[in-house]
Design a protein around this ligand. Sequence first.
Ligand code: GLU
Length: 432
Amino acid sequence: MDTMIASLRPLADGTMPSPGTPYAIALQQFEQAADLIGLDQGMRDFLRHPRRELTVNFPVAMDDGSLHMYTGIRVHHSTIRGPSKGGIRFHPSVDLNEVRALAMWMTWKCAVVNIPYGGAKGGVIVDPDLLSERELCALTRRYTAEMALLFGPESDIPAPDVNTNPQVMAWIMDTYSMTKGYSVPAVVTGKPLAVGGSEGRLEATGRGVVYTIREALRAQGKSIADVTVAVQGFGNVGSVAARLLAEQGAKVVAVSDVSGGVTNPQGLDIDDLRAYWRENGQRVSGYRQGDAISNADLLALPVDVLVLAALENQLRGDNADRVRARIIAEGANGPTTPEADIILADKGIVTIPDVLCNAGGVTVSYFEWVQGLQAHFWSEDEVNHQLERIMTSAYQTVMDEARRSNVNTRMAAQALAIRRVADATRLRGIFP
Ligand code: GLU
């Protein structure tokens, strides 16, 4: 089972994603996991299609007085287990098929950690680095207004993703609330604390990544203090994971972002690097307490743990054989292709799959939503304790499934998730 890549079938509208793209990969993974659990054809067809999609084209008044058109997307893959949940990314490479893939992965992610949500994702095709703060605010508000058809605390709850942050979430919360006439904090998660955010949400994805790494090391009789780490991506996930790992005694020997990478075999001082990153326009390149390293070489370092916290399709058939890490932690969504999965498995490398590894973010989003609905807020200790409980139990459940079914961890996680969504679908029945 692990050495097979499922073939693609067209969707109901006759389209088929291009091979090698995230959506093709998400569908191939789904078919393979569906085979594993013996999912019947009807259920399989239902679960591989997104439930609904909205594409909007909208104007933003730019600072120079001109109008600029932008395209925004929101996809609900599933609403079977609850409201749809998932982040919004602002990135030039956003497209409908990418968002479909990310929405499908959110469905499996929420099911893996067993929180009562379906999966969604949204995006705007934009390079936010080229916008002023006022333009970014206007873009966010107009996108939110266009998506008001979908967003709501009972229907669809967005959150941060690539290039979006608590400030953007506050603008979404405000825009939605303005249309209602009262504050609706539970419409979005990842908000600043001052407007109903949760303690621990900002760090939750990185913290969850570290819990799963700790469990993977424990299974090998090691602890975080024993290991060397390389981290690809220094955004909200990679920088937090790097800091927490270093705090717990790991040697973080390399870090990279879009600007390039830095390496220091003695271990990087992550707090110092973070301060440099802030002063250097949020870029790690040029950091003096280390040598420059390319992204490609970082992926091939002989470390114990490689954290992938950038974008999709980073380890592929053409570079996976260079990987020398023993454990790969997928802080990003979809960083490893099915071809790479086969190569890594052959090399005996353990992959902690995205839908498990980075599920800490949406888990604390769930806590934030619950707190917002109840207007009752938890301490940071309580949040972290509940996060640890959910992440370690999901980790064990996935590993048990992998052992029982004799498959890799990605297949185990997806099989578990698909079974949960299929069971809920059967219980609800098909309308009418
Ligand atoms: N964007 C994050 C993810 O991919 C968080 C989603 C959420 O909190 O809803 O999991």
